[in-house]
Structure formats: C-alpha cells, structure tokens
Design a protein around this ligand. Structure first.
Ligand SMILES: [Zn+2]
Length: 312
C-alpha cells in the first residue's frame, strides 16, 4: 500500500520591513510576492532604542499565525555573519544586532539585508526581473543603491556587505562623494536624485530640483533634457562596467528619481552602456523600469525572511 505523501509545510507568509530614513514600511507578503496587508509609520530620529522599538511594533502589528518568518531591509552595510546593521548613514542605528533581537522577541527565523539588495530581490521575485537569473538593480534616490542577482541568487560579497554599486568610480578624482563616503567621482554623485537636484539648481535657479527637471523635460525644455542626458551618460558608463562584470540579462532602474526620469535616462544610458560593454554582453544590455514602486523594499525584505526560513 502506498503511503500518503505529506507535502513539506510551506508556511504562507513572511513579514517584510523596509527601514527608510523617514518611514518604516512593513507588510505581510505571500510566496508569490503579493502584499496581503501593509502599513507604515514614521522612523524615529532620536535614538537607536526608539528605532528598534518601532521596528518591533511594526512587526507586532502585522503578526498572525500565517507568518513564518520576518525580513528586514536597512540602509546600511549588513554584517551577515553576526546579523548586525553596521551603520546607517541617516539614522541612529550603529552596530545593532537586529537579527538576534528580533529572533528572541518573535521566535521566528529572521533575515536581514541592505535595503537596495532587498529592493533588487523584490524586483527579481515579483517585479520587472521575474524569471531572470542574472540582474543588476540601481535605485536612484537620495543616494544610489545597488543590488545584484547572480546565477539565480542574491550576490552579497564577503560577510554580506556588497554590492555597493553607487560607490564605483566613474570619474577619477572627480566630485567628492556624499555623506560618510570619503571617495571621489563615485556614480552616486553624478546620477542620484540629489545630484540631479544640484545640477538643476545650478542651471535653472535655486527653486529647481530633480522632479522639476523631469517636469520641464516633459514640457519640452531643452536645457532640462540636456541635463538629464548628461546624467544618463554617467549612468550608462556605470551600467556598461556592471554589465562587463556581472553579465546580467537585465538592468532594473528604480528609486524615486530613477522611475520619474526613466523615459529620459534609459535610451541614452543604454547607448553609452552598449559602447562600453564587450561582446557578447553588449548585445544583451537591456534596461527596464522597476515595477514595484515603494513596495520593492518591503517585498524584497519578506523574501529575505523566506530565505532565512528555507535555509535555517
Ligand atoms: Zn561614494
């Protein structure tokens, strides 16, 4: 007599939490990437303990019996061996053992990743990169975040601190980088929303910013279009180098500025990237707009939670 095959228990949901500089976005996410419910709350700015307490509240508010794992995305390099948030640029969170603390509190598997890695995982699992085994994602916002999926798995480098694609050099000894970064000529200083705002102010006056730049380009303003084309050139140089290193099938552009300016950036950036990339990668270079919007980080964080569940 044949026995009854009991399928392995595959609990339905994970909670994904995207810790941002101003908001904590959290949601209950199914294995197919759909968000069952979500909420957001402001990110406290005053102390590490307050940030951690709000993260706990965000999880507690969503927790039910369907939740089998929790994942967090944080704007910081992550020490994967210790489960530690190393240092957030814009938040009072440093050397914080987030994984152990959340595991002790909720007694569920907990995954932790950099926010841009989480966004890349979100787009790979449930957005523009579905079905692709090799992709690079760049999030153009206040800074430039990067994430890489290589051979059907997230690439994280030693200890999980990669891939900081916004901090590759595109101009030797160029503009000083932003925030805590001591580098020069990094991609971030030429293609982030902040960089576009700085360029817009210089060319169009103090009230201009990156979003006004896109609006003006929409209205046919030649100066605005020329500035965006310049940004696209630097972006294409960076992408050409990433294509030569990672040989992706797809490069996904996300982040507030990356999505808003996509129509102006993707053509010229693709042209420059193709010029810089070698065959056979050159023929494959394809840029796509991120599809998940602001939910990419929390959806990706939930998949980091599923990863902790499946490998733990
Ligand atoms: Zn930098």
């Amino acid at each position: 007599m044949r026995g009854i095959t009991v399928p392995p228990v595959q609990a339905g949901h994970a909670i994904g939490v995207d810790l941002g500089g101003t908001k904590i976005l959290a949601g209950v996410v199914a294995r197919d990437g759909s968000v069952v419910r979500r909420h957001e709350r402001p990110t406290p700015q005053d102390s590490q303990e307050h940030v951690l307490a709000e993260l706990e509240s965000a999880v507690a508010e969503l927790l039910d019996d369907s939740v089998a794992a929790i994942g967090f995305g944080a704007p910081s390099p992550i020490d994967q061996a210790r489960g530690v948030v190393v240092r957030c640029v814009n938040l009072p969170l440093e050397n914080s053992p987030l994984r152990d603390r959340m595991h002790e509190r909720f007694e569920l598997p907990v995954g932790l990743d950099n926010d841009a890695n989480a966004a890349a995982i979100g787009e790979w699992r449930a957005g523009a990169g579905r079905g692709q085994d090799d992709l690079v994602m760049l999030t153009l916002g206040t800074g430039v975040g990067g994430g890489v999926i290589s051979g059907g798995a997230p690439f994280r480098g030693r200890n999980g601190v990669g891939a900081e694609l916004g901090h590759v050099v595109v101009v030797h000894d160029g503009r000083p980088c932003q925030g805590a970064c001591t580098g020069h000529g990094h991609l971030e200083t030429y293609v982030s929303g902040s960089a576009a705002t700085a360029a817009a102010r210089e060319a169009l006056g103090p009230s201009a910013d990156a979003h006004r730049l896109v609006r003006l380009a929409d209205e046919g303003d030649e100066r605005a279009r020329a500035l965006l084309e310049e940004v696209a050139g630097y972006l294409g140089s960076g992408i050409g180098s990433f294509v030569n290193v990672f040989a992706p099938q797809l490069v996904v552009l996300g982040g507030g500025f990356g999505v808003a300016a996509f129509d102006y950036l993707h053509g010229p950036a693709q042209q420059v990237a193709r010029r810089e990339a070698l065959e056979p990668m050159r023929s494959d270079v394809r840029l796509a707009k991120a599809e998940l919007g602001t939910a990419a980080g929390l959806i990706g964080a939930a998949f980091v939670g599923f990863e902790a569940l499946d490998t733990g």
